[in-house]
Ligand binder design. Structure first.
Ligand code: SF4
Length: 113
């Protein structure tokens, strides 16, 4: 049996070191689709006042985030939310390729019919 060279070992080590952070950034959801969670500091997220929890939204700046008739607007009841089997996170047509939190909110919120 041939012993791997030192160069091959270092090459494999480098590949593994690169793969581990990628696994923490992307996670496969229950549907087997890999996606990244939207970062609240993303420019588009900031522009729309997105927060992972609607409780963290500045209601003075975004009064539409307040409950209406006892119903709290959030991503889970937004028409643009694309729920998956794992209900806590899902896609959003406003932020393609990113997942938003079901308990989150942004100023593009629109009630499900
Ligand atoms: S558009 Fe709707 S689902 Fe998307 S981030 Fe805003 S509130 Fe959440």
């Amino acid at each position: 049996m041939k012993t791997p060279s030192r160069r091959q070992f270092l090459r494999n080590l480098g590949a593994a070191a690169t793969a581990v952070p990628m696994l923490t950034i992307f996670e496969a959801n229950a549907d087997g689709v890999s996606s990244a969670r939207l970062n609240e500091d993303d420019a588009a997220a900031k522009a729309l006042g997105y927060r992972h929890s609607v409780a963290d939204v500045d209601v003075t700046r975004y009064p539409r985030s307040k409950p209406v008739n006892g119903v709290q607007p959030n991503c889970a009841n937004c028409v643009l939310f694309q729920a998956r089997a794992e209900k806590e996170w899902g896609g959003c047509t406003i932020f393609p390729g990113k997942d938003v939190n079901a308990a989150g909110w942004c100023s593009a919120w629109a009630a499900k019919p």
